[in-house]
Design a protein around this ligand. Structure first.
Ligand code: BTN
Length: 246
């Protein structure tokens, strides 16, 4: 284990089931915040919504444990914060954009994503948050029903992971001192432009509209004709993605 920055205790594995599963297990065993783990390969990588996450060697698989003070409803804001950190760490690459709630895009195609695991304490506050980050640095997985992209080996996980961790610790400090407002503004700067057409798939169907931003609570704001609607959960499809199945 090597310290990459004062805040982080950084571990690397050649192969692991899931970096986020390791962080969860450690969190439940009382590990203090600041643990971060990078794996070269995962055998049980998890994506959002219970999907598996293609975890081929060459891509980035990074998870980290935080113990923020705040209500459980703020868990999702940490996905937005991680997105800002990733976009900043990748600032030398053109075409990087954020798509609500947890996607990192390259020229409109999925380059990676953020998975949040969280637990609450007896008072309904966050006990821990595990931020899991997967980025297609070398290979773009196919067959996901999504347009996907990779950075084609132009940056390695070993180079990128410390840059992401540095930006996450920066935004964590901002969050402690000033709340989420600056992070939200930064997220919007890196996001798809307002007016982007999108569909959100929710439990009661598919809603089409144009992107209007995000609320202070991190909800997606979608202009759906006559009004702006807020969504706290759902999956987004862009026109270039394959049609969502019913
Ligand atoms: C998504 O579905 O977009 C989120 C994918 C998150 C994948 C990462 S890879 C590192 C960490 N460990 C996992 O098992 N999942 C996350």
């Amino acid at each position: 284990m090597t310290a990459k920055a004062a805040f982080w205790r950084f571990a690397t594995y050649d192969q692991i089931g899931s970096t986020s599963d390791l962080c969860r297990t450690l969190a439940e065993a009382g590990e203090p915040e600041g643990f971060a783990v990078l794996a070269r390969q995962q055998t049980k990588g998890r994506g959002s919504r219970g999907r598996s996450w293609d975890s081929q060697r060459g891509n980035l698989f990074l998870s980290l444990l935080l113990r923020p003070i705040g209500p459980a409803r703020e868990a999702g804001l940490w996905a937005l914060l991680a997105g800002v950190a990733i976009a900043e760490a990748l600032e030398g690459f053109d075409g990087i954009q954020l798509k609500w709630p947890n996607d990192i895009l390259l020229n409109g195609a999925k380059l990676g994503g953020v998975l949040i695991d969280a637990a609450t304490n007896d008072s309904g506050g966050l006990a821990w948050v595990v931020i899991g980050i997967g980025l297609n640095l070398a290979h773009a997985p196919e067959g996901l029903g999504r347009a996907t992209a990779s950075l084609e080996g132009r940056i390695t996980p070993d180079t990128l992971a410390p840059l992401i961790l540095e930006r996450i610790s920066h935004w964590r400090r901002v969050r402690i001192l000033e709340g989420f407002a600056d992070m939200r503004a930064a997220w919007l700067q890196h996001a798809l432009p307002k007016g982007t057409m999108m569909q959100i798939r929710i439990r009661r169907g598919v809603v089409s509209g144009t992107f209007e931003g995000i609320g202070e609570d991190g909800r997606l704001l979608l202009h759906t004709g006559e009004r702006v609607q807020g969504f706290s959960t759902g999956e987004i499809w862009l026109p270039q993605d394959p049609e969502p199945s019913a």
